[in-house]
Design a protein. Structure first.
Length: 61
């Protein structure tokens, strides 16, 4: 998006990119929700918290 947008859209894209970089470096906390019906996915990290599956009806909100 950064390569073809301009004006306010380009400014917003740069802001989002900077925020993602902060998250990746650990400077901004975030929550990653993995919805895997078969249970084959995993986030391997010492601070990972497992939660109960989200019912299908509640996922579409």
């Amino acid at each position: 998006m950064i390569t073809w947008s301009e004006g306010e859209e380009l400014e917003r894209a740069h802001e989002l990119k900077a925020r993602i970089e902060d998250m990746r470096s650990g400077n901004e906390p975030f929550v990653l929700i993995v919805q895997d019906e078969d249970g084959n996915s995993a986030i391997i990290h010492p601070n990972t918290q497992k939660s109960a599956p989200i019912p299908y009806e509640d996922r579409m909100e």
